[in-house]
Write a protein that binds this ligand. Sequence first.
Ligand SMILES: Nc1ncnc2c1ncn2[C@@H]1O[C@H](COP(=O)(O)OP(=O)(O)OP(=O)(O)O)[C@@H](O)[C@H]1O
Length: 759
Amino acid sequence: MDIFKVLSRGIKPTQSKRSAQAAASTTTNTASAGSTSAKPAAATTTVLPSAGARPNPQLYHDEIPGASQRGKKRKRKGSKKTDDDAVPENEDGDVSDGDVDFFAPKEEQKDSQTNRVVDEDEVQQKKRKPKLLDREECRAVLRSHRLKFTVLSGSGVGGEEDEPARKKVKGKKKGDKREEDDDKKGKKEKLQVYPQPLRAFGELRYTYDLHTTVSDNIVRQGFRVPTEVQMGSLPLLLRPGMALGDAEVNVERGVDFLGIAPTGSGKTISFLIPAIDGILKRRREGDEEHVMEAVVVAPTRELASQIVNEGRKLAIGTGVRVVLMKRSLRLAAEDLAKGEEHEQEDNEDEESGESEAEESEGSEDEHDQGAKPVAKVDILVTTPKILLNFLSGEKAPGKKVTVRKAMPSVRSLILDEADVLLDPLFRKQTMAIWRACTNPDLNLTCWSATMASNIESLVAKELEKRSKRVGVTRPLIRLVVGLKDTAVPNITHKLTYTATEQGKLLALRQLLHPVSSADSGPPLRPPFLVFTQTIERAQALHDELQYDIPLEAGGSARVAVLHSSLGDSARSKIMARFRAGEVWVLITTDVLARGVDFAGVNGVVNYDVPGSAAAYVHRAGRTGRAGREGGVAVTFYTKDDIPFVKSVANVIAASEKQASKTGTEGATVQKWLLDALPKVAKEDKRKLKVRGVESRRQGGKASITTKSTWERRRENNRLGAIEASKRRKRMAAQSAVGDAERDGDGEGGEAEEWSGLED
Ligand SMILES: Nc1ncnc2c1ncn2[C@@H]1O[C@H](COP(=O)(O)OP(=O)(O)OP(=O)(O)O)[C@@H](O)[C@H]1O
């Protein structure tokens, strides 16, 4: 059986082989629309994200106009080579000899005296005082990495008008009434700024004064080149004044920040480094106490514990304590004055079945809370509801809870996956936490790969209200990396149509066991993730697939299911087994769609169409992490999904446009398909987002099974006949009872409602 080959994870191509394969992967697009097989499997790429680390995690590296001239001018005769004139080693090969390449990967070196790991940049930085770029240079570098900064609110004066926004207004079409209204309200007066980009991690220490231990920890983790989001956000968040120079935006009290960057682009350390730095700065001033200064909120506990791990790695040797919120934890908080307490609706969405705010952990009695010592915490990482439970002091919140505590020590509130935290599903919980951070110097940063404009407006409005209340104004600056709301450009997308639900199961099996070289596309090599719409469907798919892997290859232990109905420890065990490579196929729901980082995931299967364009971006983004190539995202759709495929197809088209895969040869979604797919009404989009495809919620004809329609009908008829015979008997018995009752002899009974035949 070729299953061993298919499931083999031992492919470790050499560097040169990998480059050749990478080149092949860009020319060989296996994507198909409507299940049309584009290329035979033999001709497809074997580059896999799990096959090794990619040396350069950056996604965009456009040519800097005129950079080669500037680079040549700066190079003085006989001068030593600096990181500004490093000869490009970039595998994209898009910077020629003599060009400025700020971002070339650097070799690891050791300090001869301390034996401490230092990077090449650090060595160079030691030799000369760091030089800040002038405004034009900043602009060129930011553009080449597709970084765009906009001041959304709270700015002082100055900056530059948002040029693209203005262009958009000029070229507006009829019906663009909203844009006109926006113009009238002055919304187009957005400023664009060009802060200093982080050219190398070494600058963190020498230019931005980051603690030596933290900068060592970054190097130790093997991070050589900052990703785009790190390049754009770190200088601004660490030293806003230095980063913005004379941009005439008042940053005296810091900045509030929205970071919108592709999945897997390293947002986590972008918010953790400034949080740790802030704590260490205050420590340097003599305050050695553990004070909870930063709170990171994430929508799922898997993501929250991942953030804790990342934080702890960065904080090794600093004494900063990064702690995961638990029910048993007692935090330093103050009671709110009677008038300041606010009622908070506890709006966990029961419909979605995947709300992640539930907390089952901790058996300790909360009545003991008062007696417990306050936990030593510097950075708290939490899901919304568990923290809200602490703030309200309620064990099992009902529909309304009263927030009674405040966290005045918190100076940095970080919302990871902010768009979902501020979506109606979690909004009230998140806002309650935000309100409980009462420090007037609270700084807010929000992060996600997707951010709807209504969420941005909500943040801006709340900040304005807060600023009036506490009398502190800070600009809200938004960084967008690449194109907003598109999936990572470095993976392959496939849209596969199957006529029936059963067809999907067959198609998934075919991905696992390709039977011939003519199968459409490459086999999906494990490890991969399979997303379904509901917990029931995830469970059913697991039941179907668990024996697909032969015993000799590990059998049913290779297939696992993870969803929010499982207990904490079961969930963390499955996560650990998947990370360790023991589980090859992990079936899950949207609970793992956001933020979770499995470096070597080769593919994602959307067994059920995602509920929104944003959901597609996040699910697909579980592969292709840190710029790795070779990931595949396959989306199945049936007739029932057609009304909703357009949003997914649009995201795929935009992502491929960014990767310069367009037209007839490279694109997954051909124009004819985009034109043919029906537009989705707003109301339907909303319903899909909340409930998914309705027919899949109750099983029925959309249930996951290998039985044919004929077999299911026969089974249903058999069950129906049994049910009908029972019903006849019941009715006969009831009429006897009724007769007896009428005769004053016995108790009344209620006839059971006939539920009809399935299918
Ligand atoms: N500069 C870097 N060089 C190489 N790898 C990096 C770098 N920065 C982060 N990484 C790695 O990239 C992976 C993705 O990072 P992270 O989880 O922070 O992405 P993200 O942008 O938060 O993704 P998502 O939007 O899916 O939450 C992690 O494994 C992380 O260790």
